[in-house]
Design a protein around this ligand. Structure first.
Ligand code: PRX
Length: 643
């Protein structure tokens, strides 16, 4: 193993940072380790507004945690109302740019007004704490407005990424038992309108429990409305009031459910609650992003994923930041759109994904070089391991060697960042998330649950509960226990492989289960397989992630067909389109390979490991795109199985 480069922060950065030097980090870490309850209790008290205080910081009956139980608070109040009595009242909360070029700068006061108005609409239509709402919107300010309006009343929201299909949307509405859908006519991407309402119409045909579909007019295109169910946002707003106080909610009141891919064909609804989650995301905004009053902070994720929930909406707004939102594609109208945005708004913190970085590298340095990026002071990465070459480019071409890079490891389930360098304290090593946040005790273990040695690969687990942790899988407590808590009893199993180096730095290597990571988005092999076998021509399907230069992994499908006469070329196209239709365009397979048989164990389990090997290094045979090659693999698998 070659020794990786180490990048300490500059003296100037350290001097101004919230947490200064390794000593600063270690002091916090040790305090949290020795007495986590006092540690988190102090942070919660300092950073969050509570209507009523807790009696106990943590009740831990593995795997069920209750943080700040009995205390009362409201997320919308913490993100909005409490700033209105401070100089932040007229500070920009959300700085938005639409893809066609429009701009909106919503101050805390204005955002508060809009949220209160929308909350009053929801309240007048009878929605209350505990009800469930699905939000299916483009990246426009009304998306966080809808989220914050829900949290104001205690309505549990589930944001469904706009790239998901009607089928995926329907499954989520049904699983959550939602009675309300908030959507828009569409949004803009790469100069075209992406319609959303038709998917809602299709989904709602089989969701009789939904009473209202509230539609925001974004694009203005022709949008049929179903009488008695569909309501225009702007028409409802005419009857809105500006008197809709935030409801005090229990700290463990469900805040949101976010669906993510697991190892089965059925997505799981990850449940997050109120007080612990807000405390965690607020603390990490300071520790990891070193957030200062004067920062202009941009997280380029979509709010439909957890990164957008925690680090575009809740963390930044609770921390009183100016959070930038951009609606569209990075390459529209040209490859310099992002750099233009950074230059125009003098953005100081950029948080993005390795996939985005790699895609931008490919377009050449002339695009960023044509813009003044000197406002940047800190860069972040999330969603997948960042390869050192991409890290170095990000550092050199975007950060000009001046900006620390925070590589942040976390998951939908963890709620907020768990492993990342505090930028003024922990020297970075390209490709490593470095050291854990205070209160987080990660470990790396073998199959039997024993700790592995330095530089040994193993399973990444978390030994202690933390405030932002998953509280359950919506409607499925057994799956929650079984998936995360049985491998090493009492510890949380992340599903990631990792190793720890001699400096204690963590290197996350990727998933150990049947979950792919495509462009930093989680996708289960089984989900794609079940979509494929719903197609009338498909007999069986096996799906694996294939290494991809830009997106990290790409979806590769092995398919056997039912009897019939097919043109493989035609059917290949059709199946790719089919998966996009069943799940969403982002899940469209890169490759469909037709085969006579799939390699299986004697018990009939598909040996995805072999297929992964084929698509990764063609090591099982040479050229594997033909039928014969796969039948060779099948024989090989059978032989192994006989032994
Ligand atoms: O495999 C890890 C990878 O993404 C998974 C979590 O995916 P998701 O729940 O969609 O959340 C993504 C955004 C937080 C993890 O199990 N992952 C995420 N961040 C990193 C990472 N792998 C390596 N380094 C990271 N910084």
């Amino acid at each position: 193993m070659s020794t990786p480069s180490v990048y300490p922060p500059s003296e100037d950065f350290v001097r101004k940072a919230h947490v200064q030097g390794m000593k600063g980090y270690l002091d916090l870490y040790r305090r949290a380790e020795q007495d986590p309850e006092t540690f988190w209790g102090e942070i919660a008290e300092r950073e969050i507004h509570w209507f009523e205080k807790w009696s106990k910081v943590l009740e831990w009956n593995p795997p069920f945690a209750r943080w700040f139980a009995g205390a009362k608070l409201n997320v919308s109040y913490n993100c909005l109302d409490r700033h209105l009595t401070t100089p932040r009242k007229n500070k920009v909360a959300i700085l938005w740019e639409g893809e066609p070029g429009e701009q909106r700068a919503l101050t805390y006061q204005e955002l508060h007004r809009l949220v209160v108005r929308f909350a009053s609409v929801l309240q007048s239509r009878g929605y209350k704490a505990g009800d469930r709402a699905i939000i299916y919107m483009p990246m426009i300010p009304e998306l966080p407005i809808a989220m914050l309006a829900c949290t104001r009343l205690g309505i549990i929201h589930s944001v469904v990424f706009g790239g998901f299909s009607a089928e995926a949307l329907k499954a989520r509405i049904q699983d959550l038992g939602a009675t309300l859908v908030i959507t828009a006519d569409g949004g803009f991407r790469r100069g075209k309108e992406i319609k959303l309402k038709p998917a809602v119409d299709a989904a709602l045909e089989e969701c009789p429990g939904v009473r209202d579909a509230i539609v925001y007019r974004r694009t203005g295109s022709d949008t049929p409305m179903k009488q008695g169910r569909d309501l225009w946002w702007h028409e409802l707003d005419e009857h809105a009031t500006e008197d809709c106080p935030a409801v005090p909610l229990d700290s463990e009141h469900p805040l949101f459910v976010l669906y993510t891919s697991g190892t089965t064909g059925k997505p799981k609804g990850i449940l997050h609650t109120t007080g612990g989650y807000l405390t965690h995301v607020t603390a990490t905004m300071q520790w990891v992003f070193d957030l200062k009053e004067e920062d202009t902070y941009w997280c380029s994720a979509d709010i439909g994923w957890v990164t957008g929930h925690s680090y575009i909406v809740y963390g930044p707004l609770a921390g009183g930041a100016t959070s930038v939102m951009y609606e569209g594609a990075p390459d529209y109208p040209q490859f310099d759109r992002w750099w233009r945005i950074i230059e125009k708004y003098r953005i100081s913190i950029l948080y993005t994904s390795p996939t985005a970085i790699r895609a931008l590298i490919r377009q050449g340095d002339q695009w960023p070089n044509a813009h003044d990026l000197s406002s940047l002071r800190l860069l972040g990465s999330v969603g997948e391991p960042i390869n050192p070459a991409a890290w170095e480019w990000y550092n050199r071409v975007i950060g000009k060697g001046r900006c620390p890079i925070v590589d942040t490891w976390w998951q939908t389930e963890t709620g907020g960042i768990l492993i990342a360098p505090m930028p003024g304290a922990v020297p970075a090593k390209p490709g490593s998330g470095t050291l854990p946040m205070p209160g987080i005790i990660p470990d790396i273990v073998d199959l039997k649950g024993f700790e592995v040695g330095t530089d040994q690969e193993g399973f990444l687990i978390l030994r202690r509960p933390w405030p932002g942790m998953i509280r359950g899988i919506w409607g499925d407590p057994e799956r929650f226990r079984e998936q995360y808590w049985t491998r090493v009893p009492g510890s949380y199993f992340t599903g990631d492989a990792a190793r720890r180096d001699a400096d204690g730095y963590f290197w996350v290597l990727g998933r150990v289960d049947d979950v792919m990571n495509v462009s930093g988005h989680r996708l289960s092999t089984m989900e794609v397989e079940s979509a494929l076998v719903r197609h009338p021509a498909v007999a069986e399907a096996a799906v694996v992630g294939k290494p991809h230069e830009i997106t990290g992994q790409a979806v590769c499908c092995f398919v056997t067909l039912k009897k019939g006469d097919y043109s493989h070329e035609q059917l290949g196209k059709e199946l790719r389109q089919w998966v996009a239709h069943e799940i969403g365009a982002f899940a469209r397979p890169e490759e469909i390979r037709f085969t006579d048989a799939l390699p299986k164990t004697r018990s009939g389990k598909i040996m995805r490991r072999l297929l992964r090997e084929i698509v990764t290094n063609n090591s099982v045979t040479g050229d594997v795109t033909t039928l014969e090659d796969l039948s060779v693999v099948t024989k090989l698998a059978a032989q192994q199985d006989e032994e």
